[in-house]
Design a protein around this ligand. Structure first.
Ligand SMILES: Cc1cc2nc3c(=O)[nH]c(=O)nc-3n(C[C@H](O)[C@H](O)[C@H](O)COP(=O)(O)OP(=O)(O)OC[C@H]3O[C@@H](n4cnc5c(N)ncnc54)[C@H](O)[C@@H]3O)c2cc1C
Length: 315
């Protein structure tokens, strides 16, 4: 084990983690980031990011994350390409927390969890084949690229209903493929879906595959009651069957909702354990954007800094 107790360790290197690091480093907390298996986070899997402020001509996801990393390093953030395997949390204010990674063991006065979330997919080979070329799991992120076009959304819950109504404002036509004969979405969301003229719900329909020359041009679908297969001519397919927050490590230790999102308390980013904070998609099932993740990373770092000053520093 390292013999020094760190002021703060940040778990995860997406927009939340790097922003937390920038703020913690500038507050003299010498942060350590453990990047996890996906250094740079989810945005490293996408091409254009057009909605992060400060990039008027857009930026690729990997370039943007490299910029955030450089900015965090400029102020002295230490970055280790390790993933956390185990944590023993202190219980009360002023207790130290112990983290094990795949190669080392650390102690910290405060921890900021920024482990993100992962979009669920159906498991079709074509989802991987056309990823970023007609397949998306985020209408807010990618809807703009489909302005005036026809698209399909897969899913029957609130997320799917929201994505479909959002896309209906940008796209010419939206098909919503619902596996069952009814939607799981709330009555209010269903009402919105049913009253959106360019949104057509195809109940009992499932996506079988995709076709197209490098980009999606057609969706092959099946009616699961009649087994009749058909095609939709669409430019994009949005998979909206939910997200899985990366919180397995914290089960039974930190409060989470029924889906596994960490519950942060009050107005701030505290978890139920003193000195343990959470930011970004791991605690946000609603907005799930790079800018909101970055914003909460900033707040969590400020909270951590105040916590360490209050419970560890002598006055
Ligand atoms: C394809 C795609 C395109 C997108 N496009 C946009 C867009 O255009 N605009 C936009 O605003 N948003 C977009 N998003 C959403 C955006 O990427 C997320 O909202 C944002 O990345 C969330 O940031 P985060 O820091 O919370 O977590 P993430 O980016 O998910 O990062 C999580 C980090 O945690 C690490 N981690 C996980 N487990 C461990 C562990 N045990 N130990 C150590 N580290 C761990 C991972 O390695 C990773 O570095 C897109 C998402 C996807 C998937």
């Amino acid at each position: 084990m390292e013999n020094n107790v760190r002021d703060v360790i940040i778990i995860g290197s997406g927009p939340a983690g790097y922003t937390a690091a920038i703020y913690a480093a500038r507050a003299n907390m010498n942060p350590l980031i453990l990047t996890g298996m996906e250094p740079g986070g989810q945005l490293t899997t996408t091409t254009e990011v057009e909605n992060f402020p400060g990039y008027p001509e857009a930026v690729t996801g990997p370039e943007m994350m490299a910029d955030l990393q450089k900015q965090a390093e400029r102020f002295g953030t230490e970055i280790k390409y390790e993933y956390v395997t185990e944590i023993t949390f202190g219980e009360k204010e002023g207790d130290v927390h112990t983290l094990k990674s795949n190669t080392a063991e650390y102690q910290a006065k405060s921890i900021i969890i920024c482990t993100g979330a992962t979009a669920k997919y159906l498991g079709l080979d074509d989802e991987k084949k056309y990823a970023g070329s007609g397949v998306s799991a985020c209408a807010t992120c990618d809807g703009f690229f489909y302005r005036g076009k026809d698209v399909a959304v897969v899913g029957g819950g609130d997320t799917a209903a929201e994505e479909a109504t959002y896309l209906s404002k940008l796209c010419n036509k939206v098909y919503l493929l619902v596996r069952k004969d009814e939607m799981k979405a709330s009555k209010a969301m269903q009402h919105r879906v049913e009253h959106t003229p360019n949104l057509e719900v195809l109940y009992n329909h499932e996506l079988l595959g995709l076709e197209g020359n490098n980009v999606v041009e057609k969706a092959k679908i099946i009616n699961n009651l009649t087994n009749v297969e058909s095609e939709l001519i669409v430019d994009g397919v949005f998979i909206a069957i939910g997200h899985k927050p990366n919180t397995d490590l914290f089960k039974g230790k930190l409060d989470m909702d029924e889906t596994g999102y960490l519950i942060t308390q009050n107005r701030a980013y505290n978890t139920n354990i003193p000195g343990v904070f959470a930011a970004g998609d791991v605690q946000d099932s609603v907005y799930r954007q790079a800018i909101t993740a970055a914003g909460s990373g900033c707040s969590a770092a400020l909270d951590a800094e105040r916590y360490v000053a209050e419970f560890f520093e002598e006055v």
